[in-house]
Design a protein. Structure first.
Length: 254
C-alpha cells in the first residue's frame, strides 16, 4: 500500500513556515483530552477487530511527535496505526511512540499510499495550519476507501470565550496576526494558525469536499486557565461553543 517515495517537489508552504513547524518547541496538539475523545469516537465507528478479519488501517496524517497516535493505539487495539508527517524531526520523535511512522506531504506529490488504502484518517490540529485545505481534503478523500472514516479536529473560532473577546474588541484565542509574536489576544505561544473554522463552516466545507458529516462533538482546551476549566468542559455539551471541534465524517460512496 505504501508507494516508493521519489524526489519531493518544492514545499507548498511559503518560506519560513517550514522552519517554523520544524521547531520542536511549537505546540503540536490541544491536549490529551482531545486526543482521547477523538480516538474513542473512531473506536465506536470501527468497532472491535473480528476474528479472522483484517485489521483496519488508520493513518494519523500530521502525526507530529506521535503522542495522539499513541493514545489512539491504546484505544484501538488490534488496528494498525500509521503516523504520517513531513517533518523528519517529528518522525524521529513519533518513532519512539508508535511502530509505524512514514514521511509524506499533503501538497506536492501527495501521500505515499494507494487510493482507497486507508479505512480511517485522523486529522488532528492540522487543517488550521494549511495554505490549501481544499487540496488537503481532496488527498485525504483519495486515500480513504469509499465509506472510510475521517476524524478531524480543529480549534473553534466561535468558542464560548472567543465570542466574549470579540464583543470586547479583543483578538480571538487561536488566531494569529504574526508568526513572530502575540499581538492583541490572550496567550503566550505563537502556534502558526492560518485558518479558523466554526462548526457550521466546517460542516459545509466537508460536505462540499465529498464527505458526509456523521457527528460534530466538542473537546476542552488544555491551556484554559484552571478556574475556567469546569466551564470549558461544560461547553463541550454544545459543540458550537466548545474550545475544540471534533468531526466524524465519512467519504461518500461514488
Amino acid at each position: 500500500m505504501i508507494r516508493h517515495l521519489t524526489a519531493v517537489p518544492p514545499p507548498p508552504h511559503p518560506p519560513g513556515l517550514r522552519e517554523f513547524y520544524e521547531n520542536p518547541a511549537v505546540p503540536v496538539a490541544s491536549g490529551d483530552a482531545r486526543s482521547r475523545r477523538q480516538a474513542l469516537m473512531l473506536a465506536r465507528a470501527l468497532g472491535p477487530v473480528r476474528r479472522g478479519a483484517p485489521a483496519a488501517t488508520v493513518l494519523d496524517v500530521g502525526c507530529g511527535d506521535g503522542s495522539a497516535a499513541a493514545i489512539a493505539a491504546d484505544v484501538l487495539p488490534g488496528h494498525r496505526i500509521v503516523g504520517v508527517d513531513w517533518s523528519q524531526d517529528a518522525l524521529r520523535r513519533a518513532a519512539a511512540r508508535i511502530p509505524y511512522a512514514v514521511r509524506g506531504e499533503l501538497g506536492g506529490g501527495g501521500l505515499p499510499f494507494a487510493s482507497g488504502a486507508a479505512d480511517a484518517v485522523l486529522f488532528s490540529e492540522v487543517i488550521e495550519h494549511l495554505v490549501d485545505p481544499d487540496a488537503a481534503l481532496d488527498e485525504l478523500r483519495r486515500v480513504l476507501r469509499p465509506g472510510g472514516h475521517l476524524m478531524l479536529s480543529t480549534p473553534n473560532l466561535a468558542a464560548w470565550y472567543n465570542r466574549g473577546l470579540l464583543l470586547a474588541g479583543v483578538q480571538p484565542v487561536f488566531s494569529e496576526v504574526s508568526m513572530r509574536g502575540i499581538h492583541g489576544r490572550p496567550g503566550t505561544q505563537v502556534v502558526g494558525h492560518l485558518r479558523l473554522y466554526t462548526a457550521r463552516a466546517l460542516r459545509g466545507f466537508l460536505t462540499a469536499s465529498g464527505f458526509t458529516v456523521v457527528r460534530v462533538a466538542g473537546a476542552p482546551y488544555h491551556d484554559v486557565p484552571r478556574p475556567l476549566r469546569p466551564l470549558d468542559r461544560a461547553a463541550c455539551r454544545l459543540p458550537s461553543l466548545a474550545s475544540i471541534l471534533l468531526v466524524h465524517a465519512r467519504r461518500r460512496r461514488e
